[in-house]
Write a protein that binds this ligand. Structure first.
Ligand code: ADP
Length: 347
């Protein structure tokens, strides 16, 4: 069941520089986020991700299109009703946005006080949340006494306090080092799996998507240029911009520059074999090449794992007489994708 849908949504701003035309920050976006998804939205700076977030949590009205949150068309709502919608969405931010003058406990209690909870209920909920994020011993600490990862855990506890169905994470790990990033992503995974919260992750980092997301939408210049299951987009990205993002975490087919270096070092025909789960095993490719009496060497690539499903691209330099190589590749190509990227080199 979709929990958030956007249908032909656009957002136009008057330009910040005088004389220039309007800026189309979000351009005809249609997407559907299912309950329980960890939905990643990736794009470079300026792609329109933050604008999309402000539209989803109803901080700004769309210029065109329809947005529904939990079955409610928010484009038709008045301010008072919008406040209720916002209450069902938790937010965490790159800069944590904690109150420096409040303790950890008071930071987490803040949204509960606003929502009118009783003191006893607040105390019980804060204690529970501190336990969940692993900060029970920091209740009385102030944000400045915490590490970045701890601050973000407070941010997560505060965002979850009123039990929202949706958590929006806007570049939530971009200010953290890689180790801390993974700790925070692990915590978000638990929020999704143990509490059933739908998470929307905004990021410019593909490894964040790879680690946590189940679905991904790639944005460029306000448009969603590709979306789908993370496995599908990672194993076979269709759009050049998606290919660039995937290339930051996955070694695929060598680029022309990389190929030139490989060519310097290796003789023979250079061939990339692309595997997806369901294909016959990669080991069989090596068996076939050996059975054909060919000499070969693995020179580039790797196998990746996305939530237990494997895919990858292995580039080999194959040496032997040309017709034996042709025959072997022909029979292998019936089972896996074979791309010849350079022919034999005569030295
Ligand atoms: P991202 O979050 O992907 O970096 P943004 O949503 O912040 O992208 O911005 C998308 C585009 O919209 C950018 O060109 C940005 O300059 C423009 N933009 C965003 N907010 C405003 C605004 N309030 N007024 C004018 N232009 C804006």
């Amino acid at each position: 069941m979709p929990i958030v849908t956007l249908t032909n949504v656009s957002k136009t701003y008057p330009s910040r520089s005088p004389g220039a035309g309007d800026v189309v920050a979000v351009d005809d976006v249609t997407l559907s986020i299912e309950k329980g998804d960890v939905f990643g939205i990736i794009g470079y700076s300026g792609a329109g991700k933050s604008t999309l977030v402000r539209l989803i949590n109803a901080l700004e009205p769309a210029s065109a299109g329809t947005i529904t949150v939990d079955g409610v068309d928010i484009t038709a709502l008045r301010e008072r009703e919008l406040r209720k919608v916002r209450g069902g969405i938790g937010m965490i931010f790159q800069q944590f946005n904690l109150f420096a003058a409040k303790t950890v406990k008071a930071n987490i209690a803040y949204p509960l006080t606003l929502a009118g909870w009783s003191k006893n209920d607040i105390d019980a909920r804060v204690t529970e949340l501190l336990g969940f994020v692993g900060l029970s011993d920091k209740a009385k600490a102030y944000p400045e006494q915490l590490s970045g990862g701890q601050k973000q855990r407070v941010g997560i506890a505060r965002a979850l306090a009123t039990r929202p169905a949706i958590l929006l994470a806007d570049e939530a790990t971009s200010a953290l080092d890689p180790q801390t990033t993974h700790e925070v992503l692990d915590l978000l995974k638990r929020v999704n799996q143990e509490q059933g919260v739908t998470i929307i992750v905004i990021t410019h980092e593909m490894d964040v998507i790879q680690t946590i997301a189940t679905k991904v939408a790639v944005m460029e210049q306000g448009r969603v240029i590709e979306q789908g299951d993370v496995f599908d987009v990672f194993s076979a990205p269709q759009n050049p911009a998606s290919q660039r993002f995937v290339g930051t975490v996955v070694k695929g087919v060598p680029t022309p520059a990389e190929l030139a270096v490989l060519r310097e070092r290796h003789e023979g025909r250079i061939v990339t074999f692309s595997f997806r789960d369901g294909d016959s095993s990669q080991a069989q490719v090596f068996v076939d090449l050996a059975a054909a009496g060919l000499d070969f060497e693995l020179i580039y690539g790797g196998i990746n794992d996305i939530r237990g499903r494997a895919f990858g691209h292995l580039t080999l330099a194959i040496r032997g007489d040309a017709s034996s190589i042709d025959r072997a590749l022909e029979s292998i190509a019936e089972r896996v994708e074979v791309t010849v990227i350079a022919g034999e080199e005569v030295r």
